[in-house]
Design a protein around this ligand. Structure first.
Ligand code: 13P
Length: 249
């Protein structure tokens, strides 16, 4: 059975005291559940988050990492540094990293390799832009993002991969992919993975949807057969909304 996952990507929000307040709120409200719950605070608050979440069913994960092990890369964070503060999962390939920080598929392939070499689990993000969808090129774009960054992997690597389909036009815009659009793309993604890595890998793979998921739309999106959860931005910053989205399962 593939895992159900709800992950909150806090992006560049919440200083230390805000992080502590939100985590305390989540600790108080997130229910006992078979859903894997994850939160991704900013780097400087990961250690505090890890300490606060010890013994609770919420995993602290990172939003990014550098592909090199160490050295003269001012401002960067390595896989081993994440592990040393208790982090075992990292988000890679977010569209904001691609758009604002020039992260290419080729770079992401290296980050994926570095994360896997360090036994980190990856939440790998990808998704088309509005123009791609308008020109009906969205399936091609998604397929090439997957091919370029992940097709060099071995079957065994996939136990540490979670995919997150995040259409760029739906991120932070309030415009969500319809449940039908999400299901159609998720089924395509699973088929693409199945053709390359086999049906067992594809069946076990959790594929999350991200892009303006809210308590009001989570239930119908999560009800779709190939949607195994969500990667949540804005709504993850309020404990009540994030909890409601978890409960939508
Ligand atoms: P929103 O939920 O704010 O649209 O953000 C989605 C996202 O980018 C999660 O990584």
């Amino acid at each position: 059975m593939r895992r159900k996952i709800v992950a909150g990507n806090w992006k560049m929000n919440n200083d230390l005291s805000e992080t502590e307040a939100l985590l305390n709120d989540l600790i108080a409200h997130v229910p006992e559940t078979d859903v894997n719950v994850m939160v991704a605070p900013t780097f400087v608050n990961l250690f505090q988050a890890f300490n606060m979440l010890k013994g609770h069913n919420i995993e602290v994960i990172a939003q990014n990492m550098h592909q090199e092990a160490k050295g003269a890369y001012t401002g960067e964070i390595s896989a081993n540094m994440l592990k040393s503060v208790g982090v075992h999962t990292v988000i890679l390939g977010h569209s904001e990293r691609r758009a604002y920080f020039g992260e290419t598929d080729e770079l992401l392939a290296k980050k994926v390799d570095a994360a896997l070499a360090n036994d980190l689990q990856i939440v790998f993000c990808f998704g088309e832009e509005l123009e791609d969808r308008k020109s009906e090129n969205h399936f091609n774009v998604v397929e090439s993002q997957l091919k370029n960054a992940l097709f060099h992997l071995a079957v065994a690597d996939w136990k540490n991969i979670i995919l997150a389909y995040e259409p760029v036009w739906a991120i932070g815009t309030g415009e969500t992919a319809s449940p039908k659009q999400a299901q159609e793309m998720h089924a395509f993604i699973r088929k693409t993975i199945s053709e390359k890595f086999g049906s067992d890998t594809a069946t076990e793979l959790s594929i999350l949807y991200g892009g303006s998921v809210k308590p009001a739309n989570a239930t119908e999106i999560f009800a779709k057969e190939d949607v195994d959860g969500g990667l949540i931005g804005g709504a993850a910053l309020k404990a009540a909304d994030f909890t409601a989205i978890i409960n939508a399962f």
